[in-house]
Write a protein that binds this ligand. Structure first.
Ligand SMILES: Cc1ncc(COP(=O)(O)O)c(C=O)c1O
Length: 449
């Protein structure tokens, strides 16, 4: 009975897959405040040329520079695992596989893009990066990439996560980054939020505003985003490319591919290479799993909105709950984002990707079952993908279908034990769907002519 399917380092992908080449219609362009598509020069204030090229590229395959592959090879290719014990515990005829992205040094999929982003900044002569982090996984990943490439990194960490995960902060500092609890009083964006709500728990949108503001005002500093944008989704496609080779070795093709969705990047990473097959006529279901308390894909509006809380970024067409919506303080900090990747949003809008929303307690129940059967304690974000997979597996149990399910284990939860402890003592709750806060926030969506 094979558990793990491993690839040699020589099988590390040489190219990223760009789903834009296979979309049914061209992606909607980012818009400026005047309602006109933004010029590339507007992006060059905060991003290097290499990443801007990728952001707007329609090429199907983009070569991964050898220097980036050298860094990826430190932990890639990652294992594909058959979850025999989870299957047995569920009593399902379904075959469950997961791609284990928790084996990276930071503990998640995020370094797949941090090393690429740091590299393209470095070769453009930039030696300092500012960023946001929710769960802390992205901040750690960029800090690590900063170490590899000898760059300074400053991280605005969402305040509620800063309190929940003190050792994530220490890990970022161990890898040489400066870390601040956002909102801070160091930026105009942070001060504005604090003036309205001195007790603000922060949000990814607010932390993005702070980091972008810093990058706009400092010539020596660029901004790096851990999710959402096309180039970030692109860098994550190594996950699905490897998974396809490993599933082929297992002699399987998935009926369903599942990932959790915060800004959409790990979902894109595992699902987009399968989307290429779907676009070519193959039958495969792709499912994004999000929290019920921050349900952009299932309850949001598909329209233009800002990527950050205070409106410093261009507007993107995406599913959004409104840029200044501050989600409840769930423990899956990496899923507390008001918007969603424009590419994932477009595919959901066109009916090519499905979305499900899952309440916090169900995700922890799934996480605990996974830890007790498959041995890895999953990140609270990843438990959303596990819970969605369990729902599918249970349906197979009812229908007797032996479907093949593949999900992305986006990270481990070793720095999230406070959340597990609270779940174990019965102290966690399901947040009500925050309909009033979302409705108010949606009223403040930017008006596009
Ligand atoms: C472990 C983990 N999974 C998932 C996410 C969500 O991000 P994305 O939707 O971009 O994959 C995060 C974000 O911080 C994360 O840390």
């Amino acid at each position: 009975m094979t558990n793990r399917i491993l690839l040699p380092e020589s099988e590390l992908p040489t190219h990223w897959y760009n789903a834009v080449a296979d979309l049914p219609s061209p992606p909607a362009p980012p818009m400026g405040p005047d309602g006109q598509p933004v010029g590339l020069d507007a992006l060059s204030a905060i991003f290097p040329p290499g990443l801007i090229e990728q952001e707007v590229s329609g090429e199907r395959w983009i070569e991964i520079p050898e220097e980036v592959r050298d860094m990826l090879r430190i932990w890639r290719p990652t294992p594909l695992v058959r979850a025999h014990r989870l299957e047995q515990a569920l009593g399902t005829p379904a075959k469950i596989f997961y791609k284990n992205e928790s084996v990276s040094p930071a503990g998640s999929h995020k370094p797949n893009t941090s090393v690429a982003q740091a590299y393209f900044n470095k070769i453009a002569g930039i030696n300092r990066l500012a960023t946001e982090t929710g769960a802390g996984q992205w901040g750690c990943s960029l800090a690590l990439a900063g170490q590899f490439l000898e760059m300074e990194v400053r991280v605005y960490m969402v305040k509620v996560s800063y309190g929940q995960k003190p050792y994530r902060r220490s890990l970022m500092q161990t890898w040489g980054a400066e870390v601040y609890a956002s909102p801070t009083d160091m930026t105009e964006s942070g001060r504005k939020v604090l003036a309205e709500d001195p007790e603000s728990p922060g949000s990814l949108g607010i932390a993005i505003s702070e980091a972008v503001e810093e990058a706009i005002h400092r010539k020596d500093t660029n901004y790096a985003l851990g999710s959402v944008l096309n180039h970030v989704c692109l860098h994550q496609t190594v996950i699905g490319e490897e998974a396809k080779k490993q599933m082929a070795i297992a002699g399987e093709y998935p009926d369903v591919v599942i990932g959790c969705c915060g800004g959409g990047s790990n979902f894109a990473g595992i699902a987009f290479p399968y989307y290429a097959d779907k676009a070519a006529g193959k039958e495969v279901r792709l499912i994004g799993a999000e929290p019920s308390s921050c349900p952009s894909l299932t309850q949001g509006v598909y329209t233009y909105d800002y990527g950050d809380a205070t409106g410093l970024t261009p507007m993107m067409k995406m599913y959004t709950l409104g840029h200044d919506f501050v989600p409840p303080g769930i423990h899956a900090g990496g899923l507390r984002y008001h918007g969603q990747s424009p590419l994932v949003s477009q595919l959901v809008h066109e009916g090519l990707v499905e979305a499900v929303a899952i309440p916090q307690l169900e995700t922890f129940e799934a996480g605990l079952l996974f830890a007790r059967t498959e041995a890895i304690v999953p990140a609270p974000e990843s438990t959303h993908a596990i819970a969605a997979t369990i729902r599918e597996a249970q349906q197979c149990k009812e229908t007797g279908e032996a479907k093949t399910l593949l999900f992305c284990l986006s990270g481990h939860g070793h720095f999230d034990m406070m959340a597990y402890e609270r779940y174990l003592v019965g102290d966690l709750e399901d947040f009500e769907y925050p309909s009033n806060a979302i409705a108010q926030s949606l009223e403040r969506l930017p008006k596009i002519a």
